[in-house]
Design a protein around this ligand. Structure first.
Ligand SMILES: [Zn+2]
Length: 337
């Protein structure tokens, strides 16, 4: 999740694993079907403190309050594959090369200046997104009229990532309702962090974070107030599957993305979660995403999780990797100017 200030980013749902050894297999093709990644962060440099990462190898280790923890307490075991950050200054170039190789169009979230760099680096492949957090100070907001201008004059298409959970706030909190009213008025979809938070998020790194504020059913009041609002529940409300299904059942304008969770948690658990969403009848509302932060090969890896899912039909894989997001974002029917 990124905030509005330059180069200030909260790491959402990232399980930071320090690993050694191995590399990710390439996945090249000259004729690659299109993919939409609905959840990318507008980084232009390696995130300080994040090293190589082992996808789907997380372990939720205990920590001792007597010990001063500097990480979230993840495993430091060896792993395959291991994803590496780019060399200094090379990240944006590397990730754009991956987007081209994999035929990915991405919704890229961040402050307008950071997102602009991506728009220039990957013309035609970036759907710009920005939100109302200003800097890292909880509760510091972008002025409503400034945000309106981002969407009406500066080409931004999605309001996100909205990270109220990190502030211990419900998405239905009245203090932010004016921003959702703006999104509804302008017919801009909103993307809200719900659920994932990593190990020890509240008691090690972010004292205001509340797991309970990621409950998907907290969106109900917001949706009742704004019946035309299109909502992307980021991270699919993981791990609150029953509440997620309840919300999807009651609100047909709600979609989910599988970003973050797709590589952060054990693969068996990830597949179980996605399978449950699909088999409950919501296959046309599950969207692919990475929560891309600093590992260029994460896109290829995350796409492979969907491609290798034996419980999905070829049609369902294409829906998750492209069609559902194209419909949610109205790419096929862009609003008239
Ligand atoms: Zn997030």
């Amino acid at each position: 999740m990124s905030l509005h200030g330059p180069k200030i980013v909260f790491v959402c749902s990232s399980l930071v694993l320090l690993c050694t050894n191995s590399s990710l297999a390439q996945n090249t093709s000259v004729n690659v079907p299109p993919v939409i990644d609905v959840h990318v962060h507008a980084m232009d440099e390696s995130f300080p403190g994040l090293g190589p990462m082992c996808p789907n190898e997380s372990k939720f280790l205990a920590s001792d309050p007597k010990t001063k923890e500097t990480t979230f307490g993840w495993s430091q075991e060896e792993c395959t594959p291991k994803l590496y950050p780019s060399a200094k200054g090379a990240y944006l170039k590397d990730v754009v090369a991956e987007m081209e190789r994999l035929n990915v169009t991405a919704v890229v979230f961040g402050d307008p200046k950071s997102v602009q760099k991506w728009r220039e680096a990957a013309p035609g492949r970036v759907i710009p997104g920005t939100s109302f957090n200003e800097g890292m100070t909880p509760g510091k907001r972008v002025a409503l009229e400034e945000l309106r201008k981002d969407f009406t004059s500066d080409g931004f298409k999605v309001m996100g990532e909205i990270g109220l959970q990190y502030e211990g706030l419900s998405p239905s909190d009245p203090s932010v309702d004016q921003y959702f009213a703006l999104a509804e008025e302008l017919d801009i979809p909103v993307a809200i962090h719900m659920g994932t938070g990593g190990s020890g998020r509240a008691n090690i790194a972010m004292p205001k974070f509340r797991g309970s504020m990621g409950n998907p059913l907290l969106l109900e009041e917001l949706l009742a107030r704004h019946p035309k609002l299109r909502v992307q529940v980021m991270h699919a409300g993981y791990p609150m599957i029953d509440n997620m299904l309840t919300l999807l059942q009651a609100n047909s304008h709600v979609y989910v993305d599988v970003a973050g969770l797709i590589w952060s948690y054990p693969l068996k658990e990830v597949n179980r979660y996605i399978q449950r969403l699909v088999e409950a009848g919501f296959e046309d509302r599950v969207m692919f995403g990475t929560d891309q932060l600093e590992w260029p090969k994460l896109m290829a890896y995350s796409i492979s999780v969907i491609q290798n899912a034996d419980y999905l039909s070829p049609e369902e894989k294409r829906d998750i990797l492209y069609n559902n997001a194209a419909r949610f974002l109205r790419l096929d029917n862009p609003p008239a100017k």
